[in-house]
Design a binder for this molecule. Sequence first.
Ligand SMILES: [Zn+2]
Length: 325
Amino acid sequence: MSLPYFLRLLCICFSALFLVHAAAAAGVTIAAPGAIRLARGMRARLASRFLFGLRMLPLGLAGFVVLGLCVPSFLWLEPQGGGEQVGWPCLAMALLGAAMSLGSAARVAGASLRSLQFRRAWGNTRGDIWIDGELVSMTIVPQQAPLLAVAGIIRHKLVVSSSVLQALSPDELCAALRHERAHRVWRDNFKRLVFLAAPRGFVFSRKLGAIEHQWSRLAEWAADDHAAGGDSQRALSLATALVQVARLGSAAPQPAILSPFLDSQNLSERVDRLLHVVQSNKKCSRKTPAMIGCAVLLVTCFLSAAMLWPASLSIVHFLLERLID
Ligand SMILES: [Zn+2]
């Protein structure tokens, strides 16, 4: 099929996005079980960062190849003019790449819309509380179903149901709000949005989803660690708060972009962990962050060199010509 200049560019971008993402997702899928085992040996905060980076690797690599290599080499080396033949395999991959991108856009748009609807439904009844010398403002939702979470990406909103406020003692509430503060400071809602934006990768979606699930679990652990701060009394207050909120029953429906205090999946694990927080406050191996840092530095140097090296654009252009045929 003959396509004009800019449609060819679009076709190349989407097919390269699909190809590179599929290749990287396959690599991440193979590495996932080992990476999850490695993460279990790290501190929760570091482990959650590590798994976030791993999950984002296919999208990051695909974005770099498309925006950093394909687009510049095409614009620089492809002569403008009439149409040129594009093969069916390239067109099929471009369609898959476009479908992948549309799926991501639809997930983000749907989740953002639902978040807005929830924000309106929660109303605007305000309450303030002092925690560690900081005045924290929260939105109180008059409902029985338990709710305690940080919502929003840019303007965060701490939402608490009236049932949770009644059930928790001041110490327990402070511990729970410290947990939510960690989610806010570490921008966990933004990461949840990025997960929604990241392509599912078709056949790789199950393993990529498993990484997201592990990240979510570790993000809760990290927020628990932050709230406990290595203090056994705070850890106990937090564990008690978790149990008290769980006793209030099933949580009300919640939007996808939200960092809750309690999700129903790992209550006993978190309580058990908090009860042993002082004794089992793991010392992270100093080698692990250093190894990750070196790997990130090497990949960054390699990618920067590839992008800055003009001859690499000629090679990319040659490969794109083969892709189109
Ligand atoms: Zn949480």
